[in-house]
Ligand binder design. Sequence first.
Ligand code: GLN
Length: 546
Amino acid sequence: MNTKYIFVIGGVLSGVGKGVTTASIGRIFKNYGYKVSAIKIDPYINVDAGTMNPLEHGEVFVTEDGDETDQDMGNYERFLDTDLYSSNYMTTGRVYLSVIERERSMGYKGKCVQVVPHIPFEVIDRIKKAAENTKAEIMVVEVGGTVGEYENILYLEAARMMKLDNPDDVAIVLVGYMPVPSHLGEMKTKPTQHAARTLNNSGLQADFIVARGKYELDKPRKEKLALFCWMKPEDIISAPDVESIYTIPVVLEKQNFGQLLAQKLKFKLGAVKKNNEWDKFLNKAKANKKPVKIAVVGKYFATGAYTLSDSYISVIQAVKHAAWWQGAEAEMTWLDSEDFEKDTNQIKKLKNYDALIVPGGFGTRGIEGIILAIKYARENNLPYLGLCYGMQLATVEFARNVLNLADAHTVECNAKTTDPIIHINPTQAKNVSKNRYGGTMRLGAYDCNLKEGSKMAKLYGAKKISERHRHRYEFNNDYRSQIELAGLECVGINKETNLVEIVELQDHPFFVGVQFHPEFKSRPTRPHPLFLGLVKAGLIAPASPK
Ligand code: GLN
């Protein structure tokens, strides 16, 4: 079978749920046994998401091959249980950059290089290459933004050209929003009708509409949308709000969406895999409600729950996955570390939690408060997982309060510290001094050898693991023997570079810092060992001071 391409395009408003729709369509076909992959197209000029403020743009999701991408890529990986690569992600900046570079090296052989057709051609090349790289039978392509914007028009043009060439291999799904104005109390279809018309202006007809909204779409409205958008009522798929995003593939499948897409794309679907891993996971997640209370401490957390959940979406999901697989439901609370700095008594709040996470971060703000929280976890047997910055700051805390190196710090916060327990290597120092910020951190998957007999080796059930990185600073090996002698063991090492990747405190139920980001590899169907370890320890340890 030729690779089938399903374009997912948004209408009416952003944040309508295109990413989850894309991931869910992929999951449906995965449940039928197909090889599925996904592409995210971001219409902005940034070459990657690495230089963007996560509070504005959401999490930067790091791929195995070290690309700094959009958080939607995380949803795809979680739903599809597959690794995605740099080729699965593109931005306008990236597309233009390669066209311009090719022009400069005579790659267009003296032709006048134009926005149309050369930009859509480049987009099509990239989409096809991604399908080739991942050997996808089904490739779901999410076009960022909404129809009617200038920004994504060239991507719609690429979709149009692909469909014109191979009408049976390309399907167009429009995700529209159905508002329910409070003064009317009824669901309105008009904004989505307009979106479908706007899509027509780009030369595309929606094959399907996924109707997002608070409630299910009723029959009269389905018929109305169908009539005004030149479609059949069964091609309008209702996607109401649900409690868990992971149930959306089921919601869509109940309306036969997989079969309808297959008919449109002229292939025979076969039978869905019985008792597939997705069903098993959903059953597991349904059954459990024992709460496990996790505190997450960091800076900026006062900004509001919405932005926050976007900035740390993979951490949140990883905790949830681990809880579900252990008969629990994670309750996560975000604590602003600056509150601990203003009033150190506030640290006692931590006694109300079963476990503590300090996630990744940058810069000096709120750092002393974070260090106070880590100290509390260490001294009070509170299960602790430090992710990247959370690992670095755990070593700073330990150096200060156990090794009595009062000035110990990461050079990111204090360049002149007498005890730089976290330091920077010369290449990275040069990057910073030359303002070379884009794509220059230590990025992507690196191997890590686990110390034999360590708790970590048991937890992972492996001697060697691979995890994804995104950081500039590293643990300073000059302090290795000192911290190990005092009880903070370096149990994970990268063999090639001798860099410390995991530290673990002895005589503590669970106190682990990792230089990498395990959250990027947690899947609902395969929770991550470190988050399982943390949640397990949290469920055992009573939520009270020791
Ligand atoms: N700021 C730290 C560094 O650059 C940690 C980064 C992170 O937590 N992702 O090394």
